[in-house]
Design a protein around this ligand. Structure first.
Ligand code: SAM
Ligand code: SF4
Ligand code: SF4
Length: 336
């Protein structure tokens, strides 16, 4: 029996942040003015170890989790993550294991190693094909060609179908929407356009900067007609659209203009081992402390069950001027 929250949503997915560090400084996530030299990232001893992550993951799977996604920060910065993937891959009952990366460290060799360790799917973030725009969006002047190479490497290693995520910010990279669609039509990869969100408290989010999913769909459909497609599973966050000419599909994630809290089945484990039940939460439950105090699996399972039973989160549905000012955890900490 899965666990259900107060709004009758089952616990199905777990996102695990393996590090709060990143080699990019995307202004919508880790603006460099805040995440500079002085920023206090977690010490190694504060991070969950691979053994702790694998133990927790197995407990979550026994409680109904079917899918796990590794994220961060930049997960490929965590040394030997292939080892963690192999540990997670051997958990009975886990149906899907995926990872989200900025692609900067994804060489052909690394992609093959991840696949060999048991990773099945990968999502690569890519905000523009225009080199100047891309460099300003990662804010460390990382060239776009290397992420395009990473996409090819992931596909060659069989980490497919590949998802390519683009956060759209008005006046910054919205001119890249149609070129992105053009480039990946017929490729078999699924580009997902994400509305810019008010995660954390540091990115100076404004509603004017959001390009609504409806507008994104219209811009693409003006070039190549689209039709909506049914979700592949309950709780799928991206609205699916297929090209009428058979060139494949795209996804549009409308967390701001058409929230989907009603079917949100995701829990998140931060790099410091706190359990969060919403991307916009202000605080989490300290699972790491419980583990390190010697708790047995039943005690940890009981904490997870009671946290999920208490869950009434629906931030995106109640977003307002007032909620914008609430203290919210940063995305790089909680895991995007
Ligand atoms: N570093 C990896 C990456 O960029 O793919 C994984 C972590 S990142 C936090 C996960 C995803 O969150 C990325 O696709 C990123 O673009 C997205 N993201 C970060 N800040 C966001 C925001 N303010 N609004 C919407 N998506 C955001
Ligand atoms: Fe790093 Fe990903 Fe955040 Fe960009 S979105 S700063 S790549 S964690
Ligand atoms: Fe889920 Fe919170 Fe996002 Fe709603 S706002 S979809 S509850 S993570």
């Amino acid at each position: 029996m899965p666990l259900f929250d107060k709004l009758r949503r089952p616990l199905r997915d777990l996102r695990i942040s393996v590090t709060d560090r990143c080699n990019f400084r995307c202004p919508y996530c880790m603006p460099k003015e805040i995440f500079g030299r002085e920023f206090a990232f977690l010490e190694r001893s504060e991070l969950l170890s691979f053994e702790e992550i694998a133990r927790l993951a197995a407990i979550f799977v026994r409680q109904g989790v079917k899918k796990i996604r590794l994220t961060g920060g930049e997960p490929l910065l965590r040394r030997n993550i292939e080892h963690l993937i192999a540990m997670l891959g051997s958990i009975d009952g886990l149906e899907d294991l995926a990872l989200t990366t900025n692609g900067s460290l994804l060489t052909a060799e690394r992609a093959r190693a991840l696949r060999a360790a048991g990773l099945r799917r990968i999502t690569i973030s890519l905000d523009s094909l225009d080199d100047a725009v891309f460099r300003s969006m990662n804010d460390v002047s990382f060239p776009v060609t290397r992420v395009l190479d990473a996409i090819d490497a992931a596909a060659a290693a069989g980490l497919t179908p590949l998802k390519i995520d683009m956060v759209v910010k008005r006046g910054v990279n919205d001119a890249s929407v149609v070129p992105m669609a053009a480039r990946f039509r017929w490729s078999g990869h699924i580009v997902r356009f994400i509305e810019y969100m008010d995660v954390g408290n540091t990115n100076a989010w404004r509603m004017e900067d959001v390009v609504a999913g409806r507008e994104i769909a219209e811009r693409i459909a003006a070039e190549w007609p689209l039709r909506t497609a049914e979700p592949t599973y309950f709780g799928e966050v991206a609205g699916r659209w297929t090209y009428e000419d058979g060139a494949g599909e795209i996804g549009i994630i409308t967390s701001v203009t058409q929230p989907f809290c009603g079917s949100c089945t995701r829990a998140r484990l931060s790099a410091a081992g706190e359990l969060y039940t919403c991307l916009f939460a202000g605080s989490g439950r300290d699972v790491r402390g419980l583990l390190r105090a010697g708790a047995d699996d039943e005690t940890v399972a009981a904490l997870i069950a009671s946290t999920w039973a208490d869950r009434g989160d629906r931030y995106s549905e109640i977003r307002s001027e007032a909620t914008l000012r609430l203290k919210k955890v940063e995305m790089s900490h909680i895991g995007g």
